[in-house]
Structure formats: structure tokens, C-alpha cells
Design a protein around this ligand. Structure first.
Ligand SMILES: Cc1cc2nc3c(=O)[nH]c(=O)nc-3n(C[C@H](O)[C@H](O)[C@H](O)COP(=O)(O)OP(=O)(O)OC[C@H]3O[C@@H](n4cnc5c(N)ncnc54)[C@H](O)[C@@H]3O)c2cc1C
Length: 487
């Protein structure tokens, strides 16, 4: 296999990680076929449309657009040619039970002023926290995100000095780090929330995640006009234009592998030969159901699944005062909220995230109406009574001064079980594997599969979930395949 020649590549799953890998490998000259069991590609990047309202029911926030642009450039085009991205300002409104609100603008100086206005001296605290995040990001980019993580040694090889390791702050929790920067407990909670971007707990995830608020501050929070579906459609269009064969409604039921992979078997019993198989499915589904590899499965299960979520899409009549595109209503006690989630229970006082993209993009709701996408963290694998928990979320929101109930035209919900079914995501884990614990980065499934010719891309494998990370995962896998073919 070490001749660098063209290969037949089968990609199992058409999430963003699968699509990005397909574009990269087809652009490198291979013949790529992508198999997606749903009728549309995009995976968790999905949309719900009803009565003139459009809801992004997966990702609602785009960060690091350059990561996507790099994929489009590999195919000879650019992201900007396909997607009209706008940089949001303000980025977020955060609200607390005492009635206080922090509206975070775009731009460092304005952000420092907003923090100062919120709490005396908090502007300087934010600058110090942001500088720490920048250091973490600068080092993480050329170490953690720059290649595979087959074992701690693969990371160690990319460190320039032992100071790099201390720079990424892997040993203390995000909460502990945030508490050392901010005096005001509300701002500690603000920083803590970034653990949820990887489906993790701020009390267990490493302080390394402090790079995420820095990424938002420095590189912006973005929205594609027309909704996130525009990004999904652009990935799918570019892939098909360069010759990737996309087969939707086509489930892979097993991967053939003796010494090395030789192909995939489809639900209709047909067989497709392949020299390389890239699994964009969850790693547990891959090893349990497609490969029946109990040793690899046991290793994969060392990694903890990320949290899941309860989604409530609401068509809402009328316009809500002081609403921004992204909004958070914090619970009064983050520690007990996470303690409940850790014990596998629903939070009875949940922090509520609301994306109302019609604030930026009137095409997403009828005139004079709003498309509310509410997301609440839940444990993975939990059964949720959608009506009852939906009522509780709306009641909590009302108690915080935003009573949507008299204005709701319809509700559409997604529970962890719905997420699990729709995307074959065990437990409905939103991000695949979590970052909880000091060993999380090392036990996350490797991009190299258990058989020669098999590779893993997407949220459950390195470097983790979220759109920029699964797209980075595609880069790592494409480079790994190229290197393997050359040796
Ligand atoms: C509610 C929610 C909110 C989120 N918010 C954000 C956000 O704001 N910002 C952000 O960056 N990220 C967010 N995420 C996370 C982000 O959506 C995911 O990390 C990312 O989309 C996962 O991409 P992936 O490549 O891992 O594949 P997935 O999206 O998991 O797709 C895998 C695909 O494989 C298919 N498949 C599985 N098994 C088979 C099989 N046997 N045969 C054929 N096909 C198969 C599935 O149908 C699916 O389409 C959110 C996710 C959810 C659910």
C-alpha cells in the first residue's frame, strides 16, 4: 500500500467530519464514496422547518470559520463563495436570577468596558483571563490540535518545552482557574459555562478550555445568513461538485476487515469494496456494531460520553424586548446543577440557552415573530418527558422575567433519545466524548482505527466535538492517510 497511488475510500457517515474528510481526500485525488443512513447529509448540523419558522436544531453558533475555509480551499474554492457569514455584535446576553445582565460585545476594548460596567475591576480581570486563554490557544494549536493523539507521547513530541505543558493548564479544573481570575461569582459562572462547549462539567474539565472564550473574543461569533443549513449545504455541494459520490439513505451495517479493511456491507446486503474506510460514526457504534471488535470497544468506553441536551423549538408571536441572537439564563447554583447532571438526573433549576436567529436574520421567522431554539444540558442516556420538562423550562424562563407561554404558536422538542436515534449517537451525547477529567484527551478514541486502513473522524474521536474540532479531525485524518500511503 506504500505507493501513494489513488485509493477507493468509503466514508461511513455524512456529518461535518465525514464531509470535510471526503472533500480533502477527493481533492487529493482519491475516489471517495460517502454513505449516510439519513436522507440528508450534515449529521447533527440539522434544521427543522415549520409554518414559516426555521430552526437550527444542532449547532447554532459558528466559531473559527477559517477552519472551514481551509477545507473549501483544498477543493479550489472558498467558504465566502458559498456562505454569507456575519460576525455577531453583541455576541451573547447573560442573565442572572438577581436581575443582572451582561451583554458581551464583539471586540476586546468594548468587552473590557462591559465587564467593568458589570462589576468593578472586572475589565482587568477579563483581560488577564483572556491573556491566559490566548496562551493556551497558541500552544494548543501547535500541539493538541496539530496532529493525532495516539498516546501521551504523540503530544509530548509536539511540545517545544515543558513550559508548553504548563501553558495549556491541564491539571486544574476550568472552575478553579476561573475562580482565580474573577472575584464576582457571576463571572466565574460565565467562564465556567464554556465547559459546556464540549459537553463537560466546569468542575471536572481542565482549565485548557479557557481558550474557548478567548477564541470567541478574538475570532468572533458568526452566523451564516439563511441559517446553519447554508453551511451544511455548502459542504454537501462542494463535495458533490468535486466528484465525491454521496449516497444518502444508505446505512452501513458492517465493515469488512481481516488483516486490513477491504470494504463495507450495506443494509440491502450489497458490498462495496474499499481500500480505506473512514468512520464518521460514533466510535462506540463503529466497534460494537460495525466491526464487532470487543477489545477496541472496551478501550473506547474508557472515554466518557459528553452530556446530551433537551431541545425546545418554539414559534413565538411578537417581539421580545432586549433579546439578542444568543442568550443565557443562568441557574442560581451551578454546582448543584452539575451535581444533578453528574448523578444522571435532570437539573430542576437548569441554565437555559436560547438562540433566536430571527434577531439577525428575519428570513428565519414570519414577520413580527421569533424562532426560539432553547437548549438545556441533560445527562446522556436519560429518559426525558418532553412535555413535562418543556413546561418546567418555560416556567423557569417566566420566573426570570421572560414568559413566552401566551405567545407560543407551537412547540417541537428533541430529547436525548431522539438525538441518539437520529444521529446514532449513543446516549444522545451531543459532542461525542467529554473533556471531563485529566485523562480525557488521552483516552478519547484515536483517529487510527483498530485495523490497518480504518480511520475515525468526528466528535467521539480526537480532538473532540463541535464544528471546528470535527473539521480539524478531518484534517488530521486526511494527513494521516496521506502519510500512511507514502510510507
Ligand atoms: C443540540 C446540539 C447543539 C450543538 N451546538 C453546537 C454549536 O453551537 N456549535 C458547534 O460547533 N457545535 C455544536 N454541536 C456539536 C456539533 O453539532 C457536532 O460536534 C458535530 O456536528 C458532529 O459532527 P460529526 O462529524 O462528529 O458527525 P455527526 O454529526 O455525529 O454525524 C454522523 C453521521 O453518521 C451517520 N451514521 C451513523 N451511523 C451510520 C451508519 N452505520 N451508516 C451510515 N451512516 C451512519 C449519522 O446518521 C450522522 O449523519 C451541537 C450539537 C447538538 C446536537
Amino acid at each position: 500500500m506504500a505507493d501513494g497511488a489513488v485509493r477507493r475510500v468509503a466514508i461511513v457517515g455524512g456529518g461535518v467530519g465525514g464531509l470535510a474528510t471526503a472533500i480533502r481526500l477527493q481533492s487529493a485525488g482519491h475516489h471517495v464514496t460517502l454513505f449516510e443512513r439519513n436522507d440528508v447529509v450534515g449529521g447533527k448540523l440539522a434544521t427543522y422547518v415549520r409554518d414559516g419558522y426555521t430552526f437550527d436544531i444542532g449547532p447554532s453558533l459558528v466559531t473559527l470559520p477559517d477552519v472551514f475555509d481551509e477545507v473549501f480551499r483544498a477543493a479550489g474554492t472558498t467558504l465566502a463563495e458559498h456562505v454569507d457569514l456575519v460576525r455577531l455584535d453583541p455576541q451573547f446576553s447573560y442573565r442572572w436570577g438577581d436581575g443582572s445582565t451582561l451583554k458581551v460585545p464583539d471586540g476586546d476594548d468594548d468587552t473590557a468596558v462591559a465587564f467593568d460596567d458589570f462589576a468593578t475591576g472586572a475589565g482587568d480581570e477579563w483581560r488577564a483571563f483572556d491573556a491566559r486563554g490566548r496562551r493556551i490557544w497558541d500552544v494548543a494549536m501547535r500541539t493538541f490540535f496539530a496532529g493525532p493523539m495516539s498516546n501521551p507521547w504523540s503530544l509530548a513530541k509536539r511540545l517545544r518545552s515543558p513550559f508548553d505543558l504548563t501553558a495549556i493548564d491541564p491539571l486544574r479544573s476550568l472552575h478553579r482557574s476561573a475562580s482565580s481570575f474573577f472575584d464576582d461569582p457571576r463571572l466565574v459562572q460565565w467562564a465556567d459555562r464554556y465547559a459546556t462547549y464540549s459537553g463537560s462539567s466546569p468542575f471536572a474539565a481542565p482549565a485548557t478550555l479557557a481558550c474557548i472564550p478567548h477564541i470567541e473574543a478574538r475570532y468572533g461569533c458568526w452566523y451564516p445568513m439563511g441559517g446553519l443549513d447554508e453551511l451544511r449545504a455548502a459542504f454537501a455541494w462542494v463535495a458533490s461538485q468535486i466528484g465525491v459520490e454521496i449516497r444518502t439513505g444508505t446505512e452501513v451495517v458492517s465493515i469488512e476487515a481481516a488483516e486490513r479493511v477491504t470494504g463495507v456491507v450495506l443494509a440491502d446486503g450489497s458490498r462495496e469494496a474499499a481500500d480505506i474506510v473512514v468512520a464518521n460514526t460514533d466510535a462506540e457504534h463503529l466497534y460494537a456494531d460495525l466491526l464487532h471488535d470487543s477489545v477496541a470497544l472496551a478501550r473506547v468506553r474508557l472515554a466518557k460520553r459528553s452530556t446530551s441536551g433537551f431541545v425546545l423549538c418554539l414559534g413565538v408571536r411578537g417581539l421580545t424586548p432586549n433579546l439578542t441572537h444568543h442568550n443565557i439564563w443562568f441557574s442560581d447554583d451551578y454546582r448543584s446543577e452539575y451535581a444533578q447532571l453528574d448523578r444522571g438526573r435532570l437539573a430542576d433549576e437548569p441554565t437555559i440557552y436560547a438562540c433566536v436567529s430571527s434577531v439577525t436574520d428575519p428570513s428565519q421567522a414570519p414577520d413580527g415573530c421569533e424562532n426560539w431554539f432553547l437548549l438545556v444540558n441533560t445527562p446522556q442516556g436519560i429518559e426525558v418527558d418532553a412535555d413535562a420538562y418543556g413546561d418546567l423550562v418555560l416556567e423557569r424562563l417566566a420566573a426570570r422575567g421572560t414568559d413566552l407561554r401566551p405567545r407560543i404558536e407551537f412547540r417541537h422538542t428533541m430529547t436525548p433519545a431522539d438525538i441518539a436515534d437520529r444521529y446514532r449517537s449513543p446516549g444522545g451525547a451531543i459532542y461525542g466524548t467529554s473533556s471531563n477529567g485529566k485523562r480525557a484527551a488521552f483516552v478519547r478514541p484515536s483517529n487510527r482505527g483498530s485495523k490497518p486502513g480504518l480511520y475515525l473522524v468526528g466528535g467521539s474521536s480526537h480532538p473532540g466535538g463541535g464544528l471546528p474540532l470535527v473539521t480539524t479531525s478531518a484534517k488530521i485524518v486526511a494527513e494521516m492517510i496521506t502519510a500512511d500511503l507514502a510510507t
